[in-house]
Design a protein around this ligand. Structure first.
Ligand code: ADQ
Length: 551
């Protein structure tokens, strides 16, 4: 369980990274040797970045702004989380963000703000509705159908999602989408501003809300504001496929801290900023209201191992569990659990399974692939197509190889109750996680955490997953290589127990150490006001002695 407060913020040891780390606060996080190319920068190392924190000079009194970050040392500090969707207190959490933030917010004195999940016909903006969720207040607004379409289905999920996952063929670069995206960010910021208290720390999540801090700053807010990008950030040439990329990426400069999943994402941002002269452009415009000194660092997200292992299936998942239990008594199981999203590589995974059955007839009738695929974003055309394609592949494989008493692919096109997942993972000899691109992928970590250490299963993981560098003791495969994936399936199915145990011990070490709490604490430590005062002190020294400043 999480602590009731935000312990990281109060930690006296939270300020400086050891010298062999690039970022974050603990040496185990990101070692230089893990890095792909040259050292990913904290953003304050870029030439031309203003050395001093520049406070807002403009802005209305919409926000109760603060002028001195070091004043944030009182005990009345609240964590304000902003995300597109909030948790539904009446439903089990599904989806990476809800799972990652749900329990933390339940036990934290905070405010969680975002879209309600409801659209209206009215052009007028709804008022903010609040309800309690443990110790947190959930605050939500409805959006008009038109605005929501451009912001969510449009720019967020038909531009940013495909481009950031390097699936450009699914991008729809309609210029109207960006306008609605900006409007919604502005609208949300204008609603949150008056609710902020002096000592609040604001943590904004994900690609739907990149310009959010810029909009809050325009209203005069000077709070510490952090951003965490849950999905990959691609190389500059790919980002530049978005017509509005300059405006978009400038939005990140209004945060105090920008968190990414992997060092590669940090490197891509640094490289983009350098190539595009991002810092210089902002300096030339002398836009004091928006200029900050953002730090950009990698914080790979983890899971709460104990909470996951403690989950017990409820009666509502008995039917699906009985089917899978029955199958596991007869054959070896392989399992995939995903949202039905083109980034997750589900068709290639199925094709690799077909290749396995073609090339290893002896395994027919001895292995079953359980694929659980939750419908998602069904109003975006690319998702409806994927849904048809996946169903067709499943049917083809079952028609080609199935027998009276064997269905090679058990396909559940639904979101399964989270409580049932650990048992499903544990029953499966192979966990199959093969995204083409994925910020992190929590299913990979959940699969490891749920295993019985005496007789663990094997994780087949694609290098497209952000978790691949942490989980390098899994069987790593290239996401687009069907034959390599099929071979890894065979290796996993035939791996002797001692090897499975050996790999599992190593994988578990990482999953347990770099867990959800560690992610949250390292992030909030870096965002904490004490970090701000450390930064501002080091700037003061740098300015007094030009020789000691960043080059
Ligand atoms: P997602 O793309 O949603 O998250 P992922 O990290 O795999 O992907 O998280 C999915 C969560 O939802 C897991 O906890 C999983 O158990 C659950 N889930 C998935 N499919 C399910 C199903 N069919 N039924 C029930 N539960 C299901 C985004 C990024 C990821 C990043 C997370 C967190 O795309 O790369 O890891 O945010 O940062």
């Amino acid at each position: 369980m999480f602590n009731n407060t935000i312990p990281s913020i109060y930690s006296p040891t939270s300020t400086q990274a050891p010298s062999d780390t690039v970022a974050i606060t603990e040496s185990k996080v990101v070692r230089k040797s893990d890095l792909p190319r040259s050292r990913p920068a904290q953003f304050d190392e870029l030439p031309g970045l203003p050395r001093r924190y520049i406070a807002s000079e403009k802005g209305s009194e919409l926000c109760r702004s603060i002028s001195d970050a070091s004043a944030l040392s009182g005990s009345d500090r609240r964590l304000v989380v902003v995300s597109n969707r909030l948790i539904d207190p009446n439903k089990p959490a599904a989806g990476g963000l809800a799972v990652a933030l749900g329990e933390m917010m339940h036990n934290t004195d905070g405010l969680w703000f975002g879209w309600s999940g409801k659209t209206t016909d009215a052009s007028q903006v709804s008022s903010v509705r609040t309800e309690s969720f443990g110790r947190t207040t959930l605050a939500q607004i409805d959006l008009s159908k038109k605005l929501h379409h451009g912001y969510y289905e449009g720019f967020s999920n038909s531009v940013l999602w495909p481009v950031f996952h390097e699936k450009l063929k699914f991008a729809d670069l309609n210029p109207e989408y960006f306008k609605d995206y900006e409007t919604v960010n502005n609208l949300l910021a204008s609603k949150l501003g008056p609710m902020l208290r002096e000592n609040d720390i604001v943590w904004v999540h994900d690609y739907h809300l990149i310009p959010f801090a810029q909009q809050l700053r325009a209203h005069g807010c000077q709070h510490r504001i952090g951003f965490f990008n849950h999905i990959p950030l691609p190389p500059p040439d790919v980002i530049k496929q978005i017509p509005e990329h300059r405006k978009l990426m400038e939005g990140l400069m209004s945060y105090d801290l920008v968190g990414m999943q992997r060092p590669e994402d940090v490197e891509n941002f640094r490289s983009y900023a350098e190539k595009e002269g991002l810092v210089q452009r902002l300096n030339e415009r002398d836009s004091g209201a928006f200029r900050r000194k953002p730090s950009i660092q990698a914080f790979p997200i983890g899971i709460d191992v104990e909470s996951l292992r403690a989950l017990q299936p409820s009666s509502e998942s008995e039917a699906i569990l009985d089917d899978i239990r029955n199958e596991s008594g007869r054959r070896k199981l392989m399992v995939g659990v995903d949202r039905l999203d083109y980034s997750k590589g589900i068709p290639k995974r199925l094709m690799a399974f077909r290749e396995l059955l073609e090339t290893r007839p002896d395994l027919r009738n001895h292995v079953t692939l359980v694929q659980i695929a939750a419908p998602t974003r069904q109003t975006v055309p690319a998702y409806a197509k994927l849904s048809d394609k996946t169903r067709k592949l499943v049917d083809e494989i079952n028609d080609q190889f199935g027998a009276i008493d064997w269905k090679p692919v058990m396909y559940f096109n639904e979101s399964v109750d989270r409580n049932a997942l650990p048992e499903i993972y544990r029953m499966s000899r192979v966990g199959v996680v093969t995204p083409v691109a994925d910020g992190m992928n929590l299913v990979a970590k959940e699969y490891i955490a749920a295993q019985n250490p005496e007789n663990p299963g094997v994780l087949v993981l694609s290098t497209g997953a952000g978790s691949a560098s942490q989980l390098s003791d899994s069987l790593l495969v290239p996401p687009k290589d069907r034959t390599a994936i099929a071979k890894a399936y065979v290796r996993a199915l035939e791996m002797p127990r001692y090897q499975r145990q050996d790999r599992h011990v190593k994988l578990m070490r990482n999953v347990k150490t770099e867990d959800l709490r560690w992610w949250r604490e390292t992030y909030l430590n870096a965002l904490s006001p004490s970090q701000a005062s450390a930064e501002s002190k080091s700037n003061a020294i740098a300015e007094a002695d030009p020789e000691s400043g960043p080059s």
